[in-house]
Design a protein around this ligand. Structure first.
Ligand code: NDP
Length: 321
């Protein structure tokens, strides 16, 4: 230990966060166990947290002098923000620096789901092209689709922009219409699902977005319908989606996120009409470096200049006292 401000890192985080913070703070690593295992003296010294994953109320309460929790990721559903807010602790996330990467992934996953490119590559690698002939035609195409984007925030808008050159029809559902944007607004998810054949989910995990992609929404998309999820698995009723994909109520799905990661329901693995990715939407070296820098810079700015760079809207922006 030293005289520098102590910042705690529970569990694993991108190595660049450790590297950057080490130049400014006394960095303390903690095991990511059920409950914090740390002596009271050390706990009292900790004033900042850098975390990828989660930081619940019990963890927050174990550190009486924390001022800031810097989350690695734009989605901060793993942090108990209302508890942090009630204690005057600021929570920061990593918005914007990953918008392009996540939007690119959404488009790639959409094309993979429609055109079966991963399966086609396996066909080649397994020697089936030479032995059995051409890969079967994909039943679906992006051409002429009507796409509905559920969530048109920082990332949703980048997805919409990327869809424009594909000449598809673009609509969206959010609680607040974005009148300055030229896309079709739907006042409910249901109304949008009835009007489109392709649904892309990029909403955060909140009480309101729990299992909203259900049997009713999926059947509204229909047998030619395609569902893409790059938001949170929390928003999907997996039983309903697996059933709809299996019995043809829905045409296909592409999923980067799951309800209980890294556990993926077995029902998906046996379906031919679902494209699965292990939560890699932002997972490139340059984008993860930018996210790591933003985590470190939030802590450096907070303790150096008294204001975080990217506080979440629910928590205070100024230091206590
Ligand atoms: P933003 O906060 O910029 O956008 C969120 C959008 O969702 C807004 O348009 C908001 O509009 C809408 N929204 C929120 N709640 C509801 C609701 N109940 N009903 C309808 N629309 C709603 O977030 P980002 O675009 O930066 O990120 C979105 C989410 O994507 C993150 O929270 C994260 O969970 C996920 N994500 C996943 C990644 C991955 O690796 N797969 C990577 C990065 C992000 P309004 O408030 O008007 O309703």
């Amino acid at each position: 230990s030293d005289n520098r401000i102590a910042v705690l890192i529970p569990g694993k985080i991108h190595p660049r966060v450790l590297e950057r913070l080490g130049g400014h703070f006394d960095v303390i690593a903690a095991d990511r166990s059920e409950s914090p295992q740390i002596d009271a003296g050390t706990a009292a010294r900790v004033r900042g947290i850098a975390v990828a994953g989660g930081f619940n109320a019990a963890w927050i309460d174990a550190f009486p002098n924390i001022e800031v929790i810097a989350n690695f990721g734009v989605g901060y559903d793993g942090i108990d923000v209302s508890h942090a807010a009630s204690k005057g602790i600021v929570v920061t996330n990593t918005p914007d620096v990953l918008n392009d990467e996540v939007a690119d992934t959404a488009i790639a996953l959409l094309l993979n789901t429609l055109r079966l490119f991963p399966q086609a590559e396996s066909w080649l690698r397994e020697g089936r092209w030479a032995n059995e002939g051409p890969f079967p035609l994909s039943p679906f195409s992006l051409k002429g689709r009507r796409v509905g984007i559920y969530g048109l925030g920082r990332i949703g808008q980048e997805i919409a922009k990327r869809l424009e050159p594909f000449k598809v029809k673009i609509g969206y559902h959010t609680r607040t219409p974005r009148k300055e944007l030229a896309y079709d607004y739907y006042p409910s998810l249901k109304a949008m699902a009835e009007a489109v054949d392709t649904l892309i989910s990029i909403v955060p995990k909140t009480a309101e977005t729990h299992k909203v992609i259900d049997a009713e929404i999926l059947s509204a998309l229909g047998p030619q319908g395609v569902f893409i999820n790059v938001g949170r698995g929390w928003s999907v009723d997996d039983d309903a989606l697996i059933a709809a994909l299996g019995n043809g109520t829905l045409g296909a799905a592409g999923l980067d996120v799951f309800y209980d990661e890294p556990n993926v329901p077995a029902g998906y693995l046996s379906l031919p009409n679902v494209s699965l990715l292990p939560h890699v939407a932002s997972a490139s070296v340059p984008t993860r470096n930018a996210m790591a820098d933003l985590v470190a810079d939030n802590l450096i700015e907070w303790f150096g200049k008294g204001a975080a760079l990217t506080p979440v809207p629910e928590t205070p922006v100024k230091p206590k006292g």
